[in-house]
Design a protein around this ligand. Structure first.
Ligand SMILES: *[C@@H]1O[C@H](CO)[C@@H](O)[C@H](O)[C@H]1NC(C)=O
Ligand SMILES: *[C@@H]1O[C@H](CO)[C@@H](O)[C@H](O)[C@H]1NC(C)=O
Ligand SMILES: *[C@@H]1O[C@H](CO)[C@@H](O)[C@H](O)[C@H]1NC(C)=O
Ligand SMILES: *[C@@H]1O[C@H](CO)[C@@H](O)[C@H](O)[C@H]1NC(C)=O
Ligand SMILES: *[C@@H]1O[C@H](CO)[C@@H](O)[C@H](O)[C@H]1NC(C)=O
Ligand SMILES: *[C@@H]1O[C@H](CO)[C@@H](O)[C@H](O)[C@H]1NC(C)=O
Ligand SMILES: *[C@@H]1O[C@H](CO)[C@@H](O)[C@H](O)[C@H]1NC(C)=O
Ligand SMILES: *[C@@H]1O[C@H](CO)[C@@H](O)[C@H](O)[C@H]1NC(C)=O
Length: 805
């Protein structure tokens, strides 16, 4: 039995089928119907509703307000909430309200700028017999003649987007916008060159010439046209139509989705789809497959010789879901709305002024898997990480060091092609100014600048907390600048030795500063040290050392000696600030060290950490190395002991009293003892009429190192066991008998690092060899401590006992 439908129902079904068919063929049948825009029509920029829509309403041509900056003549997707712009005419030159686009009687398309009353010719189609204009459902805006032949098309003048049915011909360029919201020409371009090669380039932004190609189809000579197929594939075809390569591919249905391919501001060409259904998520979906973006990882692709890379100078590119830009620690975006402009330092760069190196004002932040390939200006290998850090700290050009497996790359600003990538395994050491404290007045007189830096160093060293630091610096700066401004000229309270930052104090000044040499900090064989506050320097604390010498050396010689010391400058030496040479008085003024001496640190109440002790041992050795080998004239300290190693507020070891030996050389030959130095730390050659060399300091250092390792004084009369009285003896016994644990009772931290402890012990034994020639040079000593040079088994240094007691 047949079921017969009533006739009108048949009709209805047929109609529905027809509608469905029309839906399925959006690009063919429907696209052909359009509304004609007749000559003489115009649009005025007033709001976002001034446009000519395509017949389906899916695209519109007209004015869009961009933020509150002005109007863009554009083509956009008009049926979705996010009116996505696919083409624009004036991105580099936004128009004011009231501007007009006119299709005049001659068939020309003109843009009238309301602000300047200037006319911009968009389509010079006069005399070409333009009959009408039309916004097509493909997204193409056309000017056509009476026979509907297109004389001008927006499709052949793309900005940054390709749409289905659009082709990209040879010589055509897509420019990325500057940012997601600023459509002006940005930093990347996509072009099918006249030679047939399809490329992605960075530009010489803000110029739009090609710079570095970061993706290429490698189709020189054969590429002819890029075709955006209706089926969702973008491919490069040769002249005969054969497919050379698929550029992008997408499998989303062409009926259920809007499609586009856009060169985004970040330099990535992406295929996007947007569901047409009313209850869709309402966002453009990207990355359906790996074939829907090129390049696949722009962070790696861009590695250009000139220019900053994917994220701009100093920036870092990280590829996760897509590329994202960030700044290294201590840096921030120059423009948070335009991250590709790169990053700036949040602090003032290190001064390269040789007289006031700011080594101590900087520290490192570590970033893992972070590198700036091609930004290095020096490379060292093989070195230790610590060596790498010190080198960067001491180098005012160094902004970042990269360290990996003994390789140390030193890099300077601006850093280029930065990226964070787990595969690179490099550690970046970012050099940052402590607490951002600096006192570099921008238009300062050069002398004033010097003084400010001096004050700064003092303030930083004296205060312990970063905030206090900052306050102190600020107040100091305000007082100092106020002082200068009031006087209207530079006031020079001290006389300064030319070429040095040494201040010549009067005795009265120092007498006042120390309150009549009242607060004694320490006393040595040749001098007494007092604490003082320089009134003329905003109460800056200093250590004032009064020499007990009565030797009348000539003025000249005294100054010559002083300049040798005054010019020394190292982070592990206490800095000499000035002196007094008045009548009988010989006084030296040093920086004040807030954390006292190593002696009180080692043998005080609390147990200092092994890590800290290692750093101090290393710092002391570096200070010695500088005195022995690196400064202009060799200085033998002659009195290395824990009392003469001071600690600044970062617990960095600073050798003090250096050069006293040299200063008192003539004196020394006349003294009755004849021996410079302190019992227990004195090298045997002092007793043997042997030449005194730098090796005497190495010897003293060896004893000091034992004390640092074992947290014990070199001699303890009340030791439980007679064998334990002399530290060097006992330590060597423990070492030979492999009973190291006896040395480090209740020092869990040290025991966990027993390998290094043993190594340091061996180094100490090498240093205290009786024969000076067996002792390492200071250079070798430093290298051994750093771990760059192997430490061999030391011979028995036993004979030293005789000289100790
Ligand atoms: C037009 O649209 C843009 C972007 O959606 C918006 O910022 C602007 O305020 C709108 N202008 C008007 C007049 O509605
Ligand atoms: C648009 O104008 C052309 C040429 O005058 C004409 O052939 C075509 O039918 C017109 N289309 C519409 C939809 O009016
Ligand atoms: C867009 O960026 C360009 C280049 O940085 C700038 O000159 C222009 O003012 C920006 N436009 C807007 C609307 O922010
Ligand atoms: C391009 O589209 C045509 C017609 O829609 C189809 O026959 C052809 O297979 C498509 N080519 C590719 C590479 O997708
Ligand atoms: C089309 O051109 C390509 C590249 O020039 C060539 O490899 C191919 O053989 C040509 N195909 C035909 C059918 O001519
Ligand atoms: C696009 O991708 C689909 C599946 O991912 C594949 O079947 C098709 O051949 C691809 N088209 C082109 C032109 O590469
Ligand atoms: C819209 O959403 C509802 C409920 O989430 C769902 O049942 C319906 O199928 C959706 N319609 C379309 C066209 O996706
Ligand atoms: C540090 O100082 C610089 C220069 O004076 C300044 O631009 C920057 O904002 C400061 N940074 C911080 C974190 O205070």
């Amino acid at each position: 039995m047949a079921f017969v439908l009533p006739y009108p129902l048949y009709l209805l079904l047929l109609l529905l089928l027809l509608l469905l068919l029309l839906q399925l063929l959006p690009f063919s049948a429907v696209a052909q119907t359009y509304k004609n825009i007749s000559l003489g029509s115009s649009l005025t920029a007033l709001d976002n509703n001034s446009f000519w829509a395509s017949p389906s309403g899916e695209f519109a041509f007209g004015f869009q307000e961009v933020g509150s900056n002005g109007f863009l003549l554009a083509i956009w997707f008009n049926k979705i909430a996010e009116r996505t712009i696919v083409w624009s005419a004036n991105a580099n030159n936004l128009l004011q309200k009231g501007s007009k686009v006119v299709l005049n009687a001659d068939g020309q398309l003109l843009l009238n700028d309301a602000a300047t009353s200037k006319q911009l010719l968009l389509a010079d189609s006069a005399g070409m017999e333009v009959a009408y204009a039309a916004m097509l459902d493909t997204g193409n805006f056309v000017l056509a003649n009476r026979n509907s032949r297109y004389l001008w098309e927006s499709f052949t003048r793309p900005t940054n987007t390709l749409l289905p049915t659009q082709t990209l011909n040879q010589g055509t360029i897509l420019f990325a916008p500057t940012t997601a919201t600023n459509y002006s020409k940005g930093r990347f371009m996509f072009t099918l060159q006249a030679d047939g090669n399809l490329l992605l380039y960075t530009t010489h932004y803000p110029w739009d010439s090609a710079n570095f190609a970061y993706w290429s189809s490698q189709t020189e000579g054969i590429g002819y046209q890029v075709i955006f197929n209706q089926t969702g594939a973008i491919y490069l075809a040769s002249k005969n139509g054969s497919i050379l390569t698929t550029v992008l591919n997408n499998t989303a249905s062409t009926t259920g989705f809007y499609h586009r391919a856009t060169l985004d501001y970040d330099g990535v060409l992406r295929y996007y789809v947007y569901p047409k259904s009313t209850n869709s998520s309402g966002v453009w979906l990207k990355a359906w497959s790996t074939l829907s973006i090129i390049p696949s990882n722009i962070c790696v692709s861009i590695s250009q010789d000139k220019g900053g890379g994917a994220c701009g100078f100093n920036g870092l590119c990280q590829h996760d879901q897509g590329p994202s830009c960030q700044c290294p620690v201590g840096y921030s975006f120059i423009d948070p709305n335009d991250e590709l402009r790169g990053c700036k330092q949040n602090f003032v760069q290190q001064s390269c002024d040789g007289t006031s190196p700011e080594t101590d004002l900087f520290y490192f932040e570590e970033m893992q898997n972070t590198a700036w390939p091609q930004s290095d200006y020096e490379k060292f290998t093989p070195v230790t990480e610590d060596w790498c850090r010190q080198t960067c700290l001491a180098d005012c050009f160094c902004a970042v060091a990269n360290f990996r497996n003994g390789d140390c790359w030193i890099k300077s600003i601006p850093l280029r092609n930065g990226r964070i990538d787990p595969s690179n395994g490099a550690k970046a050491l970012i050099k940052i100014r402590r607490g951002n404290s600096t006192l570099k007045p921008e238009h300062a007189h050069s002398r004033r600048k010097n003084r400010s830096t001096l004050i700064l160093v003092g303030s930083v060293l004296l205060s312990s907390s970063g905030f206090l630091n900052f306050l102190l610096v600020l107040i100091t700066y305000m007082v100092v600048s106020g002082f200068y401004f009031k006087k209207g000229k530079v006031v020079q309270p001290y006389s300064v030795i030319p070429g040095m930052n040494l201040i010549c104090f009067t005795y009265e000044e120092l007498n006042k500063a120390t309150n009549g040499f009242k607060e004694e900090l320490g006393r040595g064989a040749f001098a007494t040290v007092f604490r003082g506050d320089l009134e003329s320097d905003n109460g800056r604390s200093v250590a004032v050392k009064r020499l007990n010498t009565t030797v009348k050396e000539s003025e000249l010689e005294f100054k010559a000696e002083l300049s040798a010391i005054g010019r020394t400058n190292h982070r592990n030496l206490v800095q000499l600030i000035g002196f007094c040479n008045e009548g009988e008085h010989r006084i030296l003024v040093y920086e004040f060290m807030s954390n006292g001496s190593l002696a009180s640190f080692l043998f005080g109440e609390s147990r200092p950490s092994w890590h800290q002790r290692r750093q101090i041992a290393l710092g002391t050795a570096r200070g010695l190395l500088y005195l022995h080998e690196e400064c202009s004239s060799q200085i033998i300290h002659c009195d290395i002991k824990p009392q003469n190693v001071l600690l600044d507020d970062s617990f960095i070891a600073r050798i003090s009293d250096f050069g006293l030996a040299k200063l008192l050389k003539t004196d020394q030959t006349r003294t009755t003892t004849g021996i410079r130095g302190t019992k227990g730390y004195v090298a045997p050659e002092w007793f043997k009429n042997m030449p005194i060399t730098t090796k005497v300091d190495v010897y003293s250092y060896g004893i000091l190192l034992l004390e640092i390792i074992c947290l014990r004084k070199y001699f303890e009369a009340e030791a439980e066991d007679e064998d334990q009285m002399i530290l060097a003896d006992w330590a060597y016994d423990c070492y030979v008998e492999k009973k190291l644990h006896l040395l480090f009772d209740n020092d869990d931290e040290a025991v966990h690092d027993i390998k290094n402890l043993e190594k340091y012990l061996m180094i100490a034994f090498w240093c205290i060899q009786e024969d000076p020639s067996l002792r390492p040079t200071t250079k070798k000593l430093t290298l051994m401590l750093e771990g760059t040079v192997e430490v061999s088994i030391p011979p028995d240094p036993s004979s030293f006992t005789s000289s100790i007691l």
